[in-house]
Design a protein around this ligand. Structure first.
Ligand SMILES: NC(=O)c1ccc[n+]([C@@H]2O[C@H](COP(=O)([O-])OP(=O)(O)OC[C@H]3O[C@@H](n4cnc5c(N)ncnc54)[C@H](OP(=O)(O)O)[C@@H]3O)[C@@H](O)[C@H]2O)c1
Length: 242
């Protein structure tokens, strides 16, 4: 193992797509990875990874919209490690994607997308704030909210993916709120755009493989300092407008 990226990492949506690739790349470069997903029993690829890295990877159930599930995960990590050095809020939904237009979007789609993409990540950081602060006291901690450039208000003129865009804009605001609450405890919070990535959400025409996107994000995360807190960065380390 090269020098560890972080001691203890909590990752959401680890069973497929970008989250599974994060789990694969982090398994070898952290001390403990809590790789969470909604249904561990159905997460065959993730469980294979956990078998291969039995001393590092622990698979936990976590639905970011379920307060009990967040509380159970917190209890387990608190007892087991007592700290979280890096929290990656990766889980997300597309909110109807390209068929979600101004004329068609509905309350149910908007609310569900907001709950998964913004409320869940915010409440997860709130719930784990004590364990992040513990790591902050002992050298610094990081929260990475996986957002999208589609959530950039400055760059949006309309179009499809409406619920998704609104939810990621909300997540970006949550990044600034979280950073405001935690920066004095040496917890750095950023929003990060992974690029357009070949996953179920990104589709097969996307520009990047999950390996390329996550390798870039891991490098950016590795280089984060407190001065980066509250910034909106891409997988390549570039700044995006809010
Ligand atoms: N792919 C892209 O081009 C792209 C671009 C910009 C931003 N992003 C962002 O990157 C992140 C990962 O996207 P992806 O492309 O890997 O998407 P994906 O392949 O559709 O995977 C989404 C992940 O989120 C999980 N998830 C959904 N609802 C959840 C909930 N309530 N609780 C916990 N986990 C939940 C899914 O778990 P289940 O299997 O249980 O549904 C799955 O693991 C998302 O935040 C997305 O918005 C992606």
């Amino acid at each position: 193992m090269t020098s560890p990226l972080a001691e203890t990492v909590l990752l959401t949506g680890s069973n497929r797509g970008i989250g599974l690739e994060f789990a694969r790349q982090l398994a070898d470069s952290v001390d403990t990875l809590y790789a969470t997903c909604r249904r561990p029993d159905e997460a065959a690829d993730l469980r294979d990874l956990a078998d291969e890295y039995a001393s590092t990877v622990r698979v936990l159930p976590l639905d970011v919209t379920d307060a009990d599930s967040i509380e159970m995960a917190h209890k387990l990590v608190a007892t087991d490690s007592g700290r979280v050095d890096l929290l990656i809020n990766n889980a997300g939904v597309n909110g109807g994607g390209s068929s979600d237009r101004f004329e068609t979007t509905d309350a149910e789609t908007m609310m569900h997308t907001y709950r998964v993409n913004a409320v869940g990540p915010h409440l997860l950081v709130q719930a784990f704030a004590d364990l992040l602060r513990r790591a902050g006291e002992e050298g610094g901690a990081r929260v990475v909210n996986i957002t999208s450039q589609l959530g950039s208000i400055a760059n949006t003129r309309g179009g499809t993916w409406q619920s998704y865009k609104a939810s990621k804009a909300a997540l970006n605001m949550c990044t600034r709120l979280q950073h405001g609450a935690l920066q004095q405890d040496d917890v750095c919070v950023v929003s990060m755009h992974p690029g357009w990535v070949q996953t179920d959400m990104g589709g097969s025409n996307a520009r990047l493989t999950p390996q390329e996107s996550v390798a870039g994000m891991v490098d950016v995360i590795d280089d984060l300092s407190m001065d980066d807190g509250g910034r909106f960065l891409t997988y390549a380390g570039e700044e995006r407008p809010w």
